[in-house]
Design a protein around this ligand. Sequence first.
Ligand SMILES: [Zn+2]
Length: 114
Amino acid sequence: MHEFSIASNIVEILKEKFPSPSARIQKINLEVGKLSCLVPESLLFCFDVFRREPLIEKATLEIAHTDGKAFCKNCNCDVVITELYSLCPKCGAFGLEIERGEELKILSVEVDYV
Ligand SMILES: [Zn+2]
């Protein structure tokens, strides 16, 4: 499961960033592009598997599921797409150049120290 390794990765990154044993993350803001093929619900589910880590046991995961952006060479337009292999919504051409939407980013984290 792709989401499982992503969730594991996020937890590893957070543990590196907040090595103090008294750190407790309250909230994690994530940006997940719709073209990344990640399903936010599965990501939330996988994240729960790591709840035994004190660092994230109470953390809420806020996921912004963002649209993709692409450039169409056929009609010279920037277009918004929500699937990786979309046609240009304006002219119907194939071969859009993806500009954004494949990313997974930790936007910000709220942390308390107990
Ligand atoms: Zn087009």
